[in-house]
Design a protein around this ligand. Structure first.
Ligand code: NAD
Ligand code: TDX
Length: 332
């Protein structure tokens, strides 16, 4: 394998994955990204030009996708509309990008027999009760809740069907909530960090007891590279780092990091249909492919992430005001 096409490589996880490929392999990378509001050229601007090229385009554009897929050894497919709150306001781009876009890429991978890795989410499994002793495994039934998670679930099923019906050489990974550098300020952790940098109060949906299973984005990247190089075709792997925390705990950890009072936050309108808890059992990935998370200490990962947002205000500042106006319009 010499060249990889990374869709969505100017977004949060995609750009971190491209950095990981450049620093740990000899692969050359082409990023295909539509440069939506969620993308940033700065996230990959400092990478060597002879190893990383950006093509601005839409994964729904079949002619462009066909040409790019044909000239690469593998595709790693991150591109998506990724934010649940946006999917509740306007599901249309979620259906286009997450479903039609994935279909378009699969057709090209099928035609040119190119290795395909599909990036997905634990949200396809719906949610768990807080006291449920079980966690999600590769055998858990799909039960997505939101327009976002249902379009991701549909995209996973397309990949499975293209493997079985057409022999496409694909793998799938479903990962838990990522945090780390280059994450858009609409998402929970960067939103609260940037509120605190601005001297404002964190905004907690509902009672704040919803649980997310946090993983550092660098661990997601190493897991994806492991699956790309060692994964068995047709298999699904769950990626997680045993990082369950409720949202209130995360907000309190951030308040402490900024030297603020533990109750210095606002409860705001809850997300409609808000999933209660996600939790990943990543035994299969660990035992079959030998992957281990390296950034499992959430408090030091969070401290590094706070520092990154303090040091990189020029990266996030342009998106902050528009994001907060969007939230204000829905009482969040
Ligand atoms: P993001 O919103 O930060 O980035 C998405 C990128 O895709 C952006 O650069 C955007 O411009 C690009 N894009 C969107 N529509 C496109 C189109 N039609 N054509 C080409 N490019 C397009 O998202 P993220 O948080 O980095 O998530 C990346 C992937 O990982 C998604 O597939 C998401 O479902 C999955 N995932 C995310 C998380 C998480 O915690 N953020 C967890 C598990 C899985
Ligand atoms: O201001 C906020 N206050 C708040 O309490 C925001 C933005 C969120 N929340 C809550 C909602 C969730 O319980 O925090 C939790 C995390 O919210 P998000 O960052 O929006 O993430 P989530 O909805 O869990 O989805 C994320 O993880 C799975 C990604 O956005 C998805 O792309 C991924 O598939």
């Amino acid at each position: 394998m010499h060249s990889v096409l990374v869709t969505g490589g100017a977004g949060f996880i995609g750009s971190n994955f491209v950095r990981h490929l450049i620093s740990t392999t000899d692969l050359s990378v082409t990023v295909l990204d539509k440069m939506t509001y969620a993308a940033s050229r700065e996230s990959i601007a400092d990478l060597p030009e002879d190893r990383c090229r950006l093509v601005v385009g839409d994964i729904v554009d079949a002619a462009l996708v066909d040409e790019l897929v044909a000239s690469h050894d593998a595709v790693v497919h991150f591109a998506a509309e990724s934010h649940n709150d946006n999917s509740l306001n306007d599901p249309s781009p979620f259906v286009q990008t997450n479903l039609v876009g994935t279909f378009t890429l699969l057709e090209a991978a099928r035609k040119h027999d190119v290795r395909f890795h599909h990036i997905s989410t634990d949200e396809v499994y719906g949610d768990l009760e807080l006291d449920d002793p079980n966690r999600f495994t590769e055998a858990t039934a799909y039960e997505p809740s939101s327009p976002y998670s249902s379009t991701k679930a549909g995209s996973d099923l397309l990949v499975r069907a293209w493997v079985r019906s057409f022999g496409v050489r694909a793998t799938i990974s479903n990962c838990s909530n990522n945090y780390g550098p280059y994450q858009h300020v609409e998402k929970f952790i960067p939103r609260q960090i940037t509120q605190l940098i601005d001297g404002l109060r964190p905004r907690l949906y509902g009672d704040g007891l919803n649980v997310r299973d946090w993983i550092h984005v660098e661990d997601h990247s190493s897991a994806v590279l492991t699956i790309l190089t060692k994964g068995e075709i047709g298999q699904t792997y769950l990626i997680g780092a045993d990082g369950e925390k409720n949202n209130l705990e995360v907000v309190r950890a951030l308040l402490e990091a900024f030297g603020r009072d533990a109750d210095d936050f606002d409860h705001v309108t809850d997300r409609p249909g808000h999933d209660r808890r996600y939790a990943i059992d990543s035994t299969k990935l660990r035992t079959e492919l030998g992957w281990q998370p390296q950034f499992g200490d959430f408090s030091s990962g969070l401290a590094d992430t706070v520092q990154w947002y303090r040091d990189n205000e020029s990266w996030w500042r342009p998106a902050k005001a528009a994001t907060e106006s969007m939230y204000a319009a829905q009482g969040q």
